[in-house]
Design a protein around this ligand. Structure first.
Ligand code: NAD
Ligand code: UDP
Length: 337
């Protein structure tokens, strides 16, 4: 299928572009490069043998979208382009409503006008908030998010749900990601945060490579097996494969589907540090500090619906996630391992 990938130069979008190309899809990337480098596209080409077209522009710009969609008949859109830093979204909420919500609105309007009726959307497990029971299935009620970033994901899910009702020929997949980590095993693409990382794994990797002095562990007094927070870490390549599986589902006919993309296994902060040290052979100095506001004790997926309906299942374990992160981190910082 000819697929327009918004945010395709970013972390998850680039890995998904690789999997799409390897499965024979034609990929065109739209990205404003606000959080990515153009050279990622060449590296996708090195991995797959096919360098996708990159069109640099902003999804909020309707005339830009008209030019892109008017020049080629796309079969589907994969929509990754967004801002994703939770803390920044609290400080600058309007920026998040603008890029994430207005950007998605412009994109969906343009799809309607250009007759593109399939979309895969990057949602997040954050829509489950602090659930009463874990693991969470797609039937677990969504909760009012604790930050503007989470609200944007919930609102865009609703926007797409409403669109699928008004346009019954549309096929919509809302993919709720758990905690994507890891990198492609080529070492050529991975997560490359410009600023100090917000998320645990990139922080661990930067401490291990001595870019940062030590990790702060946010709380060891949660009601979990070692007192630290539990999350469902998923290898980004498994996550990417979940997207191609969802696209295949959309090709079968119209409808609207929600899928959790997680492993179904929870890992504590201290377990992830241990696994990373074992995989890298490098010590990760850390200090226990207070809880981070808004964090939940544990959040992990029941991914059985995606397995049942998409035939998709995450296969890479925590060790693999750490090995691949470390390989990428060394590549990204120019160190040799
Ligand atoms: P990323 O920042 O690496 O990728 C997003 C890409 O979108 C970047 O390349 C950026 O340059 C581009 N972009 C941003 N604003 C744009 C705009 N206005 N027009 C065009 N391009 C724009 O982030 P990621 O981790 O790859 O996340 C991809 C998607 O997955 C996002 O929607 C994010 O909210 C969602 N998500 C991410 C995580 C995570 O932990 N990484 C978890 C759940 C959901
Ligand atoms: N965490 C931590 N130190 C950090 C970043 C995160 O202890 O520097 C913890 C956080 O409290 C949570 C887990 O690691 O329990 C995962 O956090 P992350 O921000 O990666 O994902 P999210 O909270 O969005 O699920």
């Amino acid at each position: 299928m000819k697929t327009l990938v918004t945010g395709g130069a970013g972390y998850i979008g680039s890995h998904t572009a690789v999997e799409l190309i390897l499965e024979g899809h034609e990929v065109v990337i739209v990205d404003d490069l606000s959080n990515a480098k153009a050279s990622v596209v060449d590296r996708i080409g090195q991995i797959t043998g096919v360098t996708p077209e990159l069109i640099v522009g902003d999804i909020r710009d309707r005339s830009f979208l008209d030019t892109v969609m008017g020049s080629t008949a796309f079969d589907a859109v994969m929509h990754f382009a967004a801002l994703k830093a939770v803390g920044e979204s609290v400080r600058e909420p309007l920026k998040y409503w603008d890029v994430n919500v207005s950007g998605s609105l412009r994109l969906i309007e343009a799809m309607v006008d250009h007759g593109i009726e399939r979309i895969v959307f990057s949602s997040s497990a954050t829509v489950y908030g602090d659930p009463e029971v874990v693991p969470v299935s797609e039937d677990t009620p969504v909760r009012p998010p604790s930050n503007p970033y989470g609200w944007t994901k919930l609102v865009i899910e609703q926007m797409l749900t409403d669109t699928s009702v008004a346009h019954p020929s549309w096929a919509v997949a809302l993919l709720r990601y758990f905690n994507p980590i890891g990198a492609h095993d080529s070492g050529l693409i991975g997560e490359d945060p410009n600023d100090e990382p917000n998320n645990l794994m990139p922080y661990i990797a930067q401490v291990a490579s001595e870019k940062l002095p030590e990790l702060s562990v946010f709380g060891d007094d949660y009601p979990t097996r070692d007192g630290t927070g539990i999350r469902d870490y998923i290898h980004v390549v498994d996550l990417a494969k979940g997207h191609t599986a969802a696209l295949a589902r959309l090709a079968e006919g119209p409808g609207r589907w929600v899928y959790n993309l997680g492993t179904g296994r929870g890992t504590t902060v201290l377990e992830l540090i241990d696994a990373f040290e074992a995989a890298s052979g490098v010590k990760v100095p850390y200090r226990i500090v207070g809880r981070r506001p808004g964090d939940v004790a544990e959040l992990w997926a029941d991914p059985s619906r995606a397995e049942r309906e998409l035939g998709w299942k995450a296969t890479r374990d925590i060790e693999q996630m750490c090995v691949d992160t470390w390989r990428w981190q060394q590549h990204a910082t120019g160190l040799e391992g």
